[in-house]
Ligand binder design. Structure first.
Ligand SMILES: NC(=O)c1ccc[n+]([C@@H]2O[C@H](COP(=O)([O-])OP(=O)(O)OC[C@H]3O[C@@H](n4cnc5c(N)ncnc54)[C@H](O)[C@@H]3O)[C@@H](O)[C@H]2O)c1
Length: 422
């Protein structure tokens, strides 16, 4: 019997409509892989727990894993990104789900624990909270080999696991799916890139002619900068990495320290994976231009110093769903999107299904790979095999009707050899 705690079961019909819309844009995950999984059942007898943004695309991943024979448990990876119609549809599809929009931090971890109590064999995380909780509170699942291996969906999660691995406390085989080429070069760059539009859309402002500050020039942020520029904004990049800063400069952006941008910034968008990108001081808050829009698209709500902005506020007024007008003691107003949480997921529906098709194609094939190789996996970070990355790439091209060249034997030998030169 399906186990769940969700907001409202009556939203199932609307949720199923959303799943259907996404399904048609996810040929790799939903058609090619799901159809094969349904025949071959490579995940039979396996329990998979996902701590993921519970969106219509994630629901389609869950259905593919289930088609492969897995028993699937889902919880949300961010308190504000869960779509309640989708959770209701998942329950109708007999998928176990513990998630609702707007849960508290305590409820967030309760949902993670419900999934871990089911003794899953594979964990798919987005941000590392579930796998870290497994290490802290369910060590027996790791020690007795119940957890075979884990997968991580986002940059911030991968960073946390690299830190654990360095300290020798990562006790599971961990696949950083985020770092696969089919993931971060598309999901992060195109998805989050387009996410700027989703984030700002409801504010009814033009990008054209605005000073838009993009913090970071990594996968997500470079995509965001490109889209903001495409909409006519004057984009200014802030960075801490000299090479990324140079790339931004040579791509034609202005580059400067964030403190120097605050008095001219109309919109500030962060996606760095760092904390306190705007320093949480009164001096910095005083520099902000009246009316500035502040949005974060990085994983946690600490890039824009949300907590300190609330503490500094004289008045906090919700002006529409998930947007607050904050008046400072000096009378200036700032507009904070999504309480500083992932603005593209909170204010809109997250990445387009077309791009999630590749991320979740990878997550599906990696689940199968883990089961096939379960006897030889060792704790620590292990890269996603190139063959799987390439396979998803080929399937995506195929689904789009795009053909490419194949190396001849002569070409293969040439690029892998050293003897042919001048
Ligand atoms: N919104 C979404 O849907 C979504 C999707 C994917 C990833 N993410 C999250 O977005 C964040 C960024 O991911 P990414 O893949 O782009 O990472 P990335 O490592 O490719 O890029 C981050 C960039 O930020 C720069 N940076 C770090 N600290 C900075 C600071 N204080 N000021 C200015 N720049 C700074 C880094 O030098 C780097 O170039 C992560 O938290 C990731 O988990 C969000």
């Amino acid at each position: 019997m399906v186990k769940y705690k969700i907001a409202d079961e009556s939203l199932a019909e609307k949720g199923l409509e959303s799943l259907y819309i996404a399904e048609n844009k996810m040929p790799v995950t939903v058609k090619v892989i799901r159809e094969r999984f349904a025949k071959e059942k490579p995940l039979q007898g396996i329990k998979i727990a996902g701590c993921l943004h519970v969106t219509k695309e994630t629901a389609n991943l869950a259905r593919t894993l289930k088609a492969g024979g897995a028993e699937v448990y889902l919880c949300g990876s961010n308190p504000l990104s869960t779509q309640d119609d989708v959770t209701a549809a998942l329950v109708k599809e007999d998928i176990n789900v513990f998630a609702w929009h707007g849960n508290t931090d305590e409820e967030f971890y309760w949902c993670i624990r419900q999934c871990l109590k089911e003794k899953p064999n594979i964990l798919i995380d987005d941000g590392a909270d579930m796998i870290v909780t497994a290490h802290k509170e369910f060590p027996e699942l790791i020690e007795d080999g119940t957890i075979i291996a884990c997968q991580e969906e986002t940059t911030t999660g991968v960073k946390r696991f690299k830190a654990m691995d360095k300290q020798g406390i990562l006790k599971v085989p961990l696949y950083p799916v985020n770092d696969a080429r089919c993931k971060n070069q598309f999901d992060n760059e195109l998805g989050t890139g387009q996410g700027v539009v989703a984030a700002i859309y409801g504010m009814h402002v033009l990008f054209a002619g605005k000073n838009v500050i993009i913090a970071g020039y990594g996968h997500c942020s470079s995509g965001m900068a490109l889209r903001a520029r495409g909409l006519g904004a004057n984009v200014i990049i802030t960075e801490v990495d000299p090479i990324k800063a140079l790339q931004a400069k040579f791509a034609g952006y202005q580059v400067m320290p964030i403190a120097d941008t605050l008095s001219v910034a109309d919109i500030i968008l962060t996606a760095t994976g760092c904390k306190h990108v705007i320093a949480p001081t009164k001096g910095m808050f005083d520099k902000l231009k009246d009316g500035v829009i502040l949005g974060n698209l990085g994983h946690f709500d600490i890039e824009i110093p949300t907590k300190e902005i609330y503490e500094h506020a004289k008045e906090i007024k919700p002006i529409r769903k998930d947007v607050e007008e904050i008046t400072f003691p000096n009378g200036k107003k700032v507009y904070l999107l999504a309480k500083g949480r992932l603005a593209n997921l909170v204010l809109s529906e997250g990445h387009p299904a077309e791009v999630m098709d590749m991320s979740f194609g990878l997550q599906s094939l990696m689940s199968e790979y883990i089961v096939k190789n379960k006897d030889s996996l060792k704790p620590g970070i292990i890269n996603v095999p190139t063959e799987i990355d390439d396979q998803v790439g080929f399937l995506k091209l195929q689904s789009m009707g795009v053909k490419i060249d194949t190396l001849t034997e002569e070409q293969y030998n040439y690029i892998h050899g050293y003897e042919e030169g001048t």
